[in-house]
Design a protein around this ligand. Structure first.
Ligand code: NAD
Ligand code: DAU
Length: 356
């Protein structure tokens, strides 16, 4: 079958990547979508089992840190576009193992940039390298009236955000130096189905269901701006197709929550949906030692994306959180396979090499 374009999506077996892959594979049957993923602890092909037999979807098991492999993949598929999401993504892990973040987030991104530059040399027209980044590169906010805009200076404060900031700089440097047609987006905290249960929202849902302590870092006063993952995927689709070459777009939900308030909300929602007396799960809240270098507040100003490209969130927080809790409760096998490690055993036998 002849496709109009061949697009590489990296990290498509992860949380956000799987929603992006699903959107592109179903919305654009004229595109061949190649999902490249190493299947680390965070990658889970079960996230894509509803679409993985579609004729325009292909999975490639590989590591973006492996330069020769990435070169051979670009030679094999002659990609027209790249949407790069593969990353080490958890701040706490970056504190205990920063070098894993340097390798994947910095070196891995540079390998993709190099292969794209070499493949597209002299024929950049119609090509696009989309780098998916985070609001954490801007550092933390203190003044409640302040928001991150696209021109806010970078001030990364964790090994994770420093590695993402470094990759953002490399992407822009390849545009400036070699004319690589790039676009970058910096998004706030996502939530939704298929979120790995080491992150705040799925961790709390899992612990409430299993009647385990709910670890709130410090006093629970840190603030995050939450966006439903499907709205992030919609923004990526919009920016990939309509974003200006070389430009940056902030994506956010204009939806700030103090961690403790959010945990209260989740407790009450879980009590309601599980038929427990409302307030019961709050008994599980346990204050634990704060994250080292814990950023106080993130808040995105997404007005550029809204006014220039017409994007806006489609799901309210109330609806999105309720849908998320329902998804976990209705797909409890998904989380049990992860917490028992079964999903990795399955993929190890399918794809030979073991996840890290
Ligand atoms: P995730 O950890 O759920 O998924 C990452 C995916 O990348 C996994 O499938 C993993 O197997 C794959 N991967 C990791 N290392 C790899 C390597 N060396 N080679 C190939 N594949 C590799 O992450 P996520 O939360 O879905 O985040 C996706 C992207 O979006 C990341 O770049 C992250 O920085 C960015 N982001 C995330 C959020 C958020 O709230 N989760 C917000 C803004 C931006
Ligand atoms: O802002 C975008 C970023 O959001 C992404 O770039 C990251 O990939 C993503 O992991 C997320 O980072 P955070 O550190 O904000 O997310 P996390 O879910 O780890 O934590 C959210 C807040 O909750 C943070 O203030 C730390 C706190 N927390 C987290 C956990 C896991 C707790 O209080 N207890 C916990 O057990």
């Amino acid at each position: 079958m002849k496709f109009e374009k061949c697009i590489l999506i990296t990290g498509g077996a992860g949380f956000i990547g799987s929603h992006v892959v699903r959107l592109f594979v179903t919305k654009y049957p004229q595109y061949q979508i190649v999902n490249l993923d190493k299947l680390t602890y965070a990658g889970n092909l079960e996230n894509l089992k509803d679409i993985d037999k579609l004729p325009n979807y292909t999975f490639e098991h590989g590591d973006i840190v492996d330069e020769n492999y990435i070169d051979s993949l670009f030679a094999k598929y002659q990609f027209d576009g790249v949407i790069h999401l593969a990353a080490e993504s958890h701040v706490d892990r970056s504190i205990t193992d920063p070098m894993a973040f340097v390798k994947t987030n910095v070196i891995g991104t540079c390998n993709l940039l190099n292969s794209a530059k070499n493949l597209w040399k002299g024929q950049m027209e119609g090509k696009r390298f989309y780098h998916v980044s985070t609001d954490e590169v801007y550092g933390e906010l203190h003044d409640p009236s302040e928001f991150f805009v696209e021109t806010t200076s970078y001030d990364p404060r964790s090994p994770y955000s420093a590695s993402k900031a470094s990759s953002d700089h490399f992407v822009r440097a390849y545009h400036n130096t070699y004319g690589l047609p790039i676009v970058v987006s910096n998004c706030s905290n996502n939530y939704g189905p298929n979120h790995f249960p080491e992150k705040l929202i799925p961790l709390m849902i899992n612990n409430i269901k299993n009647w385990k302590p709910l670890p709130v870092y410090g006093k629970g006063e840190n603030v995050r701006d939450w966006l439903f993952v499907i709205d992030h995927a919609r923004a990526i689709d919009n920016i990939f197709h309509n974003g200006k070459n070389g430009d940056t777009y902030n994506i956010g939900g204009n939806n700030e929550w103090k961690n403790l308030d959010l945990v209260h909300l989740l407790c009450d929602l879980m009590d309601e949906k599980q038929g427990n007396p409302v307030g019961k799960s709050r008994e599980l809240i346990t204050y634990v030692t704060d994250r080292a270098g814990h950023d106080l507040r993130y808040a995105i100003d997404a007005s550029k994306l809204m006014s220039e490209l017409g994007w806006e969130p489609s799901v309210t927080f109330e609806e999105g959180l309720s849908r998320t809790v329902d998804w976990y409760l209705n797909n409890w096998d998904w989380i049990e396979n992860i917490t028992s490690g079964d999903y990795q055993k399955y993929y190890t036998s399918m794809y030979e090499t073991s996840a890290n």
